[in-house]
Design a protein around this ligand. Sequence first.
Ligand code: GDG
Length: 454
Amino acid sequence: MSRLIVVSNRVALPRQAAAGGLASALQAALREHGGLWFGWSGKLAAETAAEVHRLRDGMVDYATVDLSRADHADFYLGFANGALWPILHYRPDLVDYQRSHLAGYLRVNEIFADRLRQLIAPDDVIWVHDYHLIPLAAMLRKRGVRNRIGFFLHTPLPAAGLLIALPNHRELLETLASYDLIGVHAARDLRALEDYFLHEAGATMRRDGRMRSANGRLFRAAAFPISIDTDGIAEMARAALSNREIGQLRDSLEGRLLIIGVDRLDYSKGLPQRFQAYARLLEREPALHRHITFLQIAPPSRGAVREYRQIRRELERSAGHINGKYAAPDWAPVRYINKSFPHRLLTGYYRSARVGLVTPLRDGMNLVAKEYVACQDPNDPGVLVLSRFAGAAEELTDALLVNPADTEEVADALQRALDMPLAERRQRWNAMMTVLQKHDITAWRVAFLQALGR
Ligand code: GDG
């Protein structure tokens, strides 16, 4: 078996809590398969990548580099999260494109390629992750690397007509053809990718399903919906029941039904719209007052990017507004928390909630939706209310699917979820759990690596 090298912008070192989908997924995948994980250490230093730090834990080797403050600002905050993230999440209005940021992005990718080059052995299989590292394979190829290299995009991919709003899009996106395999989450992302290559980047589709890029390179693209360690997470949720903090949450509910949301504080997650829909439900249904509680956990992320500070202020106002309007001395309709919790506590919180409310405006997959389902009590499972625009909606068709922008529709779904009879809850949960047991994180990793090896 050849060694696997996983490359991502940020490496989640052993025993580091990872409040992010990519880190959760890769931690789980590598724990099982073993290999080398290369990327940024998460530390800022005087100079970028002066040395590679090495660490070994179990079956996983870690190789990390520090970034300079300036490189981090241009590469990570500037281009990756100020320009690419919004365009990939269908928000051209939020794109802050600056040439100096693009230059920094390319500079850091070159540095990664230089450092990584020295670690690669001839039989290694290299798996690069996410939008921070799109040009990495092209840069490795320039340095003579002939190994198999795959790429997985964790975000959605919007239609070509939208992607072309990104300045210099072709220069950047065409470099994807240097990978042997490009993976995306959902069928709709794959259609967008093929459409872009065929109609904007001069590629052609061959009879065997591979594409030939304008400069003649053959590559393949396919959908590999990412998943979770379904059984492990279900077990964690069962074990969490004996946890004091979970007991405290349950006691504090005093029989009220809990609605839960867990999201990185990000404008793609549809949080303002979600708060509005909950407020609309309270407005419409006075009979529910005092009988429900909405717990939203939203650990801050990317606070150095302006839009993230704005949305944080907006949500503080909105939560305060809802509580100010509807609360009673002994009841707060919203519990809004800007901090992150250990994963095992989260699983207990999910299990304590009658409704999982997951309403991103756009999301590559959304692992919270899958975790919520896996954590339920099979005898008395809760209901998932899920945005149609999360990749997970292609698989979890037994959730109550909603358009997150339609306040009334989300309020309806909440009400239906709160009223749903046990038999229907069980039937929907069983259907979703069957999907998650078959398509767990191991199935995802195996499917991708098999396709890459072919
Ligand atoms: C990106 C894509 C795609 C959340 N709060 C805490 C915490 N989390 C964990 C959750 C879950 C993960 O973070 C979030 O994953 P999501 O998939 O929901 O969202 P993104 O972070 O945006 O992930 C997404 C994913 O990559 C994988 O490809 O699904 O579409 O945007 O695992 O449980 N973990 C801890 N404390 C928290 O407070 N420990």
